[in-house]
Structures are given as C-alpha cells and as structure tokens.
Design a protein around this ligand. Structure first.
Ligand code: SF4
Ligand code: MG
Length: 319
C-alpha cells in the first residue's frame, strides 16, 4: 500500500546527498493467495526493488506491506526473520546467489537451521527430498555449486526457497540469466511446484512472453510506478496503456496469420533520478497529449479488475 523506496544519490568529497532516485514511487497492489502475479517492466523500473521491499530485504521508505492482513513494515529484525519462513525469494542469478565454498547440503540445510526445523538427521533427509522435488538426484547434496549447470543451479535456488515450506515466493527474474533452451524447463518446474504446493508467486520478468503462461494477473511497471494491472488474458487481449501495447507488440505471436505491428518506442528509459514531469512515459508515448506533460495520471480501475494510469481513459481530463 503506497509503497515507496527512494535511494539517496551522493556525490563530492563529503558524499553529500545530491539527489534521490525514486526506485519505487507509490505502488499499491494485492497478491492473492495461491495466485501468480507477474510484474513486468524494463530494467530500472523498480520491479526487483518492489519484490525485495515486500520481504523487507530492502527497507521501504514509506508505505505498508501487509502479509495475511498483518503490517510487517514495523516488525523487529527478529520477528521479520521468523516471518520469512512464509516469504521466500528466488534470485535472478543462480551463480551469484549460491556460496561457491559450501556444498549443496549446507546451502539447503541453512534455512532449516535458521528456522529451527528438524534435527541433523531430519535436515539431511529433507535436503535430499527437496533435491528430488526440483528434479535433481538426492546424492548431489554432497556436490559444490560449480559442479552444476546454470539450470541445475537455479533448481538449487528454487529448492532453497521451497525447503522451509513458504506461502509466498518472490521470483526475481528466475530465468533471465539462463539459456533460452533451459528457460522453459525451469518455468515448467516452477509452474508444477506452484500447483503442487499451493504456492503464491510474485513473478518478476522484463519480458511479457516469460510471464504469459505462468501468471494469473499481470502488472506493468514503468519508472517506479505501476501503470497497468489486470487479469492475464485481459491484458493480452485488451491492453490499455500505450506502454503495455508497445511491450506486447514485441512478443512474438505463434499464429502466423496474426500480423501485428511492432511499436518501437523512441528514446531510452529516462533516468529514474530525474523522471519526466506529469506522466513519466510522456517522453516516449506515441499517444501523448498536452496534459500528459503536466498532470500525473492516477492509477484507476477502468473496467472490472483492470487498472490503468493513463489520461486516455480519464474522462475528467480535458485537452
Ligand atoms: Fe501516454 Fe499520456 Fe497516457 Fe502517459 S498519460 S501513457 S503520456 S497518453
Ligand atoms: Mg531486476
């Protein structure tokens, strides 16, 4: 609710604050139990920061994070650590997120120790079980991360999140660092696990084609804000925001009879430390109007469960 994460920009010999990056700027949304909410946007749009702020792996500047109705933003470190048993994260880079000096046994056993789950023998057993669940042989527990391929390492990353029986998993671009040939294997695994264990995912990706099959709903972010949020099908069939339309036009359509025009946006994503006035997308929007430079569009429900922040859909805005 009203989630914000601002980072100070420092400069000069005394590292004085010279500015601010509004990485996440007033974002509100709900993730329903057992759903997959996809979050999509270009790098720097604030999607990873949003995911980390939900788990308080980065401290929100403002706003609330409610988990099962409970505001977790004020919890002590200790209480938060306990809470994280229910809220896990899978990182983008399986190379960087696994300690190269530790055997898989230790990597997967650690969360169990942190949460006080099982004795030594039970932990040993659980580690082997969870490896099988993610499609790796249990005896690989005695290996080191470098003895696995990228896809296998991400399976270990998934196992590490799964082993404590979480309810919510923030999946931060879990397939972006993998070869395209491996991506669908990992996506299929994650989809199966979600169903089998009744998991809830916040699934972050920079590409709409990645979240298409796995998501129940999809949110689109641009420069720290949510610009559109709707049911999966509705977003693909009836995109409202010009930015969503451009992202969708880049997704290849498997049906060769469907010809669609590729919408190429002008320019790069503006710097988040100096975002454009009004609608932050106006510098690249093919449909920008005068009002867009001055007035920031509100995030509003346009039709049932379909939210958008764009003046094109706001009848109160006169041009
Ligand atoms: Fe484009 Fe204006 Fe809508 Fe922003 S508010 S997306 S600039 S039409
Ligand atoms: Mg990211």
């Amino acid at each position: 609710k009203g989630l914000k994460k601002y980072f100070d920009v420092t400069g000069g010999v005394f590292s004085k604050k010279v500015g601010e990056v509004k990485a996440v700027d007033d974002v509100s949304f709900t993730v329903y139990e057992k759903e997959v909410l996809g979050i999509v946007g270009e790098s720097g749009c604030g999607k990873s920061t949003t995911g980390k702020a939900l788990l308080r792996l980065t401290e929100p500047t403002d706003g609330q994070v409610l988990f099962e109705g409970k505001d977790i933003t004020g919890l002590s470190e200790d209480a938060m650590r306990k809470m994280r048993r229910d809220m896990q994260i899978i990182f983008q880079d399986p190379y960087a997120s696994l300690n190269p000096r530790h055997k898989v046994e230790k990597i997967l056993g650690e969360p169990l120790i942190v949460h006080g789950i099982g004795d030594k023998e039970e932990r040993r057993k659980k580690v082997r079980e969870i490896l099988e669940v993610v499609g790796l042989p249990g005896e690989h527990a005695s290996r080191y991360p470098h003895q696995f391929s990228g896809g296998q390492r991400q399976r270990i990353g998934i196992a590490r999140a799964l082993i404590v029986n979480p309810k919510l998993i923030v999946c931060d671009e879990p397939v972006s660092a993998l070869d395209v040939s491996i991506q669908s294997q990992i996506l299929n695994l994650m989809e199966d696990l979600q169903e089998e264990f009744g998991l809830t995912y916040l699934f972050i990706a920079h590409d709409l084609s990645v979240v298409k099959h796995i998501s129940d709903r999809i949110g689109v972010m641009y420069l720290g804000r949510m610009v559109e949020l709707s049911d999966n099908e509705d977003l693909y069939d009836n995109p409202l925001h010009p930015y969503t339309k451009s992202l969708l036009s880049a997704v290849p359509n498997p049906d060769p009879d469907v010809k669609k025009e590729r919408i190429i946006l002008q320019g790069d994503v503006p710097s988040p430390s100096n975002p454009p006035s009004g609608c932050a997308f106006h510098t690249r929007c093919p449909e920008a109007m005068d009002v867009c430079k001055q007035v920031r569009p509100e995030f509003k429900e346009h039709s049932v469960n379909h939210f958008v922040a764009c003046h094109l859909y706001d009848e109160t805005v006169k041009n």
